[in-house]
Design a protein around this ligand. Sequence first.
Ligand code: ARG
Ligand code: ZN
Length: 873
Amino acid sequence: QTIFLKDYQVPDYLIDRTDLTFDLDPQATLVKSRLQVRRNPAADASGDLPPLWLDGVDLELLSVAVDGELLPAQRYSEQTDGLLLTVDKESFVLEVQTRIAPESNTSLEGLYLSNGMYCTQCEAEGFRKITFYPDRPDVMSVFTTTIVAPATYPVLLSNGNKIDSGTTEDGRLCVTWEDPFAKPSYLFALVAGDLQFVEDHFTTSSGRKVTLQLFTEPKNIGKTAHAMESLKKSMKWDEEVYGREYDLDIFMIVAVDHFNMGAMENKGLNIFNSACVLASPETATDAAFQRIEAIVAHEYFHNWSGNRVTCRDWFQLSLKEGFTVFRDAEFSADMNSRGVKRIEDVTLLRTAQFAEDAGPMSHPVRPDSYMEISNFYTLTVYEKGAEVVRMIHRLLGAEAFRRGSDLYFERHDGCAVTCEDFVAAMEDANGADLTLFRRWYSQGGTPVLDVEDKYDAEAQEYHLTIRQHTPDTPGQTDKQPLHMPIAVSLLGADGRELSLDQEASIERVLHLTEATQTFTFADIPERPLPSLLRGFSAPVKLRYRYTSDQLLFLMQYDTDSFNRWDASQRLAFEALEQLQRAYRAGGEMQAPEALLQGLSAVLENTQLDPALVAKMLTLPSPQELAEHGDAIDAQAIVAARVFVRDSIAKALASRFLKRYQSLDQRKPYQPVAEDIAERSLKNTCLSYLCATGSADALALAESQFMRKENMTDVAAALAALIEFGPADQAEEHLESFYQQWQQDTQVVETWFGLQAGSANYGTLGRVRELMSHPAFEFTNPNKVRAVVGGFAMRNFAQFHQEDGTGYEFLAEQVIALDKLNPQIAARIVTPLTRWRKYRTLEAEQIRSALQRVSDSGELSRDLYEVVSKALEN
Ligand code: ARG
Ligand code: ZN
């Protein structure tokens, strides 16, 4: 049941209008659909009229009628995944009635209930769980939606504008919505509940006054201000940077507690995971505030990159996701610290996307086959896809890129198109040639660049030779060279940048297009130190033999803040890898002197952005170290990391204290870049201080915890206390924290996550206890991600305990989850799919846990795809 891109065919029939009526009931919602069907003029018109295929899953079919006549049974056949109708005319009205049970829908796809409120998630293929329909993005239709519900559901929402509302004879409410923009079924949304809302307005550059509404359950209405601000900033930014205006009179956001992903860009009615939209200073950390700003922007930006111009088929997913992630990243960079945003994004890419690219589910940005599309909402499609767009931006320049995006939106408005169309628009608007560049869409795997240099003092020339190769990935061998921008700068001995051409442009972007290429720089008066791949200008692994002294120099002087940080990471990697070797050989562990020296200088430098300092002080995660190595010994990674952390903590203790004290200036909380930066460094210092176990340090953490100034500081203090403090006190703090916040879903999720992800505290026993805590809910993905995910994905030390019980536990949870929510099961199994990365002992344990999942009975298509590919590759 594998689907291939090469098999794509245009739809046989189009649906010009879709009129839906929902009669809501938890166990028996009646869905009436009335479709205006027309033969697709673009389809092969030879021969008889082909049958009409309508996707449908878990539906109870009540009736089918064509042009008002009930259809006899021999005219259609019901199959497990849809309905096949014989057709005898070019165009007709099809009416289908189905019954569904939202209350029993734990997959959180289609129409379901979350805390008593009805909501939908249709992307990618959830609409087929609502009614029979050609559930594919290249069928675009104008929708009207009528919702009938008891008066206990006063808020009834769908896409577009409200055109009618009233009461039925039996006292139920009835509302009709119309969305004037033709859209694919995946953008359909419906919400019904006893909700409150806040309202604001935005006037577009052409003068359209748009009403903005944000709906939540009553208890959460006080947590909406930040999302509303973020929305207004996003609307303005998209006008300024992309010339994109909003197109309806109303834009609505709804927060729901049960949601598989972050959020969804349904036309005019975005639906959000509560954790990605609700925030207040007392309950949300800085990271949550920033995530909310980014996701609100992301979903809003989809109105153009996704909705007005959508995907022809799901292989093109990165067309909208890669582009929209690039757009939201640039927005966040403009709203906050550009350098720090880049560091965060690259960290995610290197940790998780590189691992995906090297694992059994490896696929190109535009996959060429899949079994279950839900499994391809991946870091590769999203984050690497965004890097591909960023490279186009870098290769063409900002202005040319804008010309390209203008042409793209103009040319394809109202259409379902392909990644190829996007690249073609970029070319056509600029007379550019991206022929070679296109390989980024079809070729998977992470390229590795080996760089060597030579300085010719006599000729005053500097030569940079770059070799690229991309390792094989499952199903793809013999990779071709890629076209990529390599931003470089050359530093002189005093840290000054050497000018690279007459126009005194300091940084230069090299176009790497061949397997091996040498670039020559003329008029270079001294042997320079190269600053390579500045701003991480291409999603690759770059190898160059920097000495420790050179890295220390770059940490101090590189004018590219990304590379400055990267130098600190290279030093840390070197130290950590050497210490892993020492640990495995049973040798002595030596303090990482160069790293200590570099970090000490950075910590002293009060001119540097504190957020950048905090990032430099943050060691690569165990997950990132695991991605780097092979035949991994998990305990060696943990031991090396603890050793380096403790060395830093000890060596720099007085400096940490000094900076902690100078940054601990109690000002009223604001989630703005400058303050976030200070808090991040302050709390990094606090964590290192506590790592020494000193009573004074723990007292500082305790006092910060008790002051309850904002969740960022409280959560950081609590994390330090449970990681490094005495167990009995940790228990007390956790208990008092829970007592205070037990009514707040988002804080309880933080509380779960802190424990499950704690190397010291989150033992398997503890995790099992958390799962039987009254606040835990196995049907809520956020809770599962906090506890099971916290343990399996963010608690390297405990998950990889040598007895293998962590792996067995995860297998057990995956098997149970698959019965309720296949999408979540197929995601949370990820750590087990990386078994080949480990040395024999762990590899066998992990593989056998995976085998146990595979043998557990019939798996969902989602889980089957991931597990079978992981066992094979
Ligand atoms: N389009 C949504 C977003 O990125 C995500 C939808 C995820 N759906 C899914 N089935 N995985 O904003
Ligand atoms: Zn998206």
